[in-house]
Design a protein. Structure first.
Length: 90
């Protein structure tokens, strides 16, 4: 169960990172509210997962899901370049 919670935490990390782009520097109200809510949910779920998982492992997985998911959505949603170096690092 802790692994599922951790995966959800990672997905909410991706959500807040993508939403951060839409906040326009936190000048747009609803994207900003959604971004902050996703941040809170992500951290809350990470905290719950840490009850049963080792910190180093959980944090590495959480940031990994966030990094890969955010990079992939950057390609799809924002037409960011898919260079060989970028794909190799993701």
């Amino acid at each position: 169960m802790a692994w599922l919670v951790l995966l959800l935490a990672g997905l909410f990390e991706v959500a807040w990172a993508v939403l951060l782009k839409y906040t326009d520097g936190f000048t747009k109200l609803w994207p900003s509210v959604a971004c902050l809510a996703a941040m809170a949910v992500s951290l809350g779920l990470l905290g719950i997962a840490l009850r049963d998982l080792p910190l180093g492992t959980a944090y590495a997985v959480w940031t990994g899901v966030g990094a890969v998911g955010t990079a992939m959505l950057g390609l799809v949603l924002f037409q960011e370049p898919a260079t060989a170096a970028r794909l190799a690092c993701t």
